[in-house]
Design a protein around this ligand. Structure first.
Ligand SMILES: Cc1cc2nc3c(=O)[nH]c(=O)nc-3n(C[C@H](O)[C@H](O)[C@H](O)COP(=O)(O)OP(=O)(O)OC[C@H]3O[C@@H](n4cnc5c(N)ncnc54)[C@H](O)[C@@H]3O)c2cc1C
Length: 306
């Protein structure tokens, strides 16, 4: 119920205005976001890589409505990749890209062209691109664009969401050699017709999908903070004899940092998803919806500023 309310608010421009201008908001944003500029992203990446983590950077923003906005997002990624390479931070750092930020909602061809330009820049920088997955209305389009991109850039990664009923079948499609797939639970509000609604069903689906990916020939990226699923991931890595170059764990910046350090200490590849930029509202609201404790953190920041 609370999750639905927060996810509904994440689409409300009135609530966005209220939260974005509140004085306490910056502290909360700072926990989950590296900062607003490219410099902040580079600084945080350097720190994380120094701690033995791999990184995937996300230039915040989604649902652009004009070609100019979409092109600006593309240009920011191209610049970021050039700077990451110059700083010697690739290949430890790659980028995560939302196609809706590249124009997918109004022109799929434009989104494809922009994504391709980012893949070219990533290749020149010696690293990879992963296409984030957004709500279910975009899944087919995103997987189509992925498949086209992979013709010239086979390392381009996909994200599959365990809460969608279709995902087991998508995992089978994408478990082949060379295929990089991030498996997450899914962060959007989806109808029962397409998505499991209970946490238990989503977790069970996650394990089925994890089994398909870990027993396949691709490169699974297990994106979760869930202790039980991480234990199952570690178990399957042993079972399928997958070392740190054959799969990885992924978590969000600011979430369970001690667990991220533990996995690095155990010798796993652990990648932190690092968002940066001004357009943090939708991202922050999805994080709040995921976990009541994050909401309490928001509340404490509010009280401490009174
Ligand atoms: C690297 C990465 C990339 C992602 N990319 C996408 C994407 O492209 N598309 C998409 O829809 N979603 C994406 N997500 C979000 C994802 O779908 C989930 O919404 C999010 O990860 C929460 O699910 P969870 O697996 O962590 O489990 P949850 O069900 O949220 O949490 C399970 C358990 O994990 C532990 N836990 C969770 N959060 C915390 C915390 N803050 N502190 C301490 N313990 C905690 C608790 O024990 C909790 O009970 C991504 C997530 C990650 C990590």
């Amino acid at each position: 119920m609370l999750r639905s309310v927060i996810l509904a608010a994440s689409r409300s421009s009135q609530v966005e205005r209220l939260i974005a201008t509140a004085p306490f908001t910056r502290d909360v944003v700072g926990r989950f976001v590296a900062g607003s500029g490219t410099d902040d992203a580079l600084r945080a990446t350097r720190e994380l890589v120094g701690d033995g983590l791999a990184v995937t950077l996300d230039n915040l923003g989604e649902d652009t409505v004009t070609p100019e906005q979409a092109d600006a997002t593309r240009d920011e990624y191209v610049k970021l990749l050039r700077l990451l390479a110059a700083a010697g931070l690739t290949p430890a750092a790659e980028v995560s890209v939302k196609l809706s930020a590249l124009g997918q909602r109004f022109d799929e061809h434009l989104a494809y062209d922009n994504a391709r330009a980012i893949c070219v820049a990533a290749e020149a920088a010696g690293t990879t691109v992963t296409l984030d997955m957004e709500d279910h209305t975009t899944t087919d389009s995103t997987l189509d664009i992925l498949s086209k991109l992979r013709n010239d850039h086979p390392s381009t990664g996909a994200v599959l969401q365990a809460y969608l009923r279709r995902t087991e079948s998508d995992c089978r499609e994408l478990a082949g050699a060379g295929s990089r797939v991030r498996l997450c639970k899914g962060a959007y509000k989806e109808p029962e017709s397409v998505a499991y609604q209970s946490a238990h069903e989503v977790d069970r689906s996650y394990v089925r999908c994890l089994n398909i990916l870990m027993s396949g020939d691709g490169y699974p990226m297990l994106a979760t903070h869930d202790p039980r699923l991480i234990t199952i991931g570690e178990d399957r890595a042993r079972w399928f004899d997958r070392g740190p170059d054959r799969f990885e764990f992924q978590m969000l910046y600011g979430v369970r940092p001690e667990e991220q350090a533990r996995l690095v200490g155990e010798g796993y590849t652990m990648r932190t998803y690092l968002p940066y930029g001004e357009d943090w509202y939708g991202y922050l609201m999805r994080r709040l919806a995921e976990r009541p404790a994050n909401l309490a953190f928001f509340g404490r920041a509010l009280l401490s500023k009174k």
